[in-house]
Design a protein around this ligand. Structure first.
Ligand SMILES: Cc1cc2nc3c(=O)[nH]c(=O)nc-3n(C[C@H](O)[C@H](O)[C@H](O)COP(=O)(O)OP(=O)(O)OC[C@H]3O[C@@H](n4cnc5c(N)ncnc54)[C@H](O)[C@@H]3O)c2cc1C
Length: 186
């Protein structure tokens, strides 16, 4: 993952391989008023060219899509009467990297547990709310990093640190890892 401050203002870009032949290349930056004059196609193109250069590969684009004006946030209350806010309606998408699938599944499980009388949805989702708040702090800290510092953090994600990222219930907590790595910079 790299920031490319000039190409992704307050954002980042990354390539994640799916297999030996396919990968996804992503750029993301906040949709703030001062960023709206930027041309997203041009920004992506700059990043894409940099990725091809870094990997010394002429990557062929087979599919692409863009998302604009995607609002992130979290609900004040996880449940209103008999209505459960789950997935994105809960606020599952984490501000740091925009990941929300795992949290979405968890909200579904917790809602089911509440319906079955096996727990309280508001209490069960408390740690997800906490993770969201931590992720927001991380996001703001990451926006201040330059390319080299962000590269250092990504390189720091070694296996030993990843092992430490599992909480007492065996759940992986990426926010915990990154916040540890960000400590020298905030
Ligand atoms: C561009 C982008 C990239 C992302 N990348 C990642 C990632 O790499 N990793 C990650 O963990 N998360 C990622 N996320 C976040 C993740 O996709 C969401 O947090 C998660 O999918 C939310 O799950 P959900 O079930 O709440 O909603 P969704 O996955 O959006 O599911 C809602 C479903 O309901 C359907 N629907 C809507 N209205 C109706 C209706 N009236 N009747 C019937 N059906 C309806 C929709 O078509 C959709 O299929 C990304 C999100 C975006 C936008």
């Amino acid at each position: 993952m790299r920031t490319y401050i000039d190409t992704n203002p307050q954002g980042y870009g990354f390539l994640i391989p799916f297999s030996e032949r396919e990968a996804t290349v992503v750029t993301a930056y906040p949709d703030l008023p001062h960023n709206r004059t930027k041309d997203p196609d041009l920004l992506f193109d700059l990043f894409y060219k940099q990725v091809c250069k870094d990997l010394a590969q002429d990557l062929r684009i087979t599919d692409n899509f863009e998302v604009h004006g995607y609002i992130m946030g979290i609900c004040n209350k996880a449940k209103a009467g008999n209505t459960y806010f789950v997935g994105n309606n809960f606020g599952a998408m984490m501000p740091a990297f925009g990941f929300g699938q795992f949290t979405s599944v968890l909200t579904g499980v917790y809602a089911a547990q509440d319906i079955l009388g096996m727990g309280d949805y508001e209490a069960l989702t408390k740690k997800l709310r906490h993770a969201y708040e931590n992720s927001l702090v991380l996001r703001r800290a990451m926006e201040k990093l330059d390319n080299n510092k962000l590269d250092l953090i990504v390189q720091g994600l070694d296996s030993e640190l990843i092992d430490k990222a599992f909480d007492n219930e065996g759940q992986f907590d990426i926010v915990k890892v990154i916040s540890y790595l960000l400590r020298p910079f905030v």
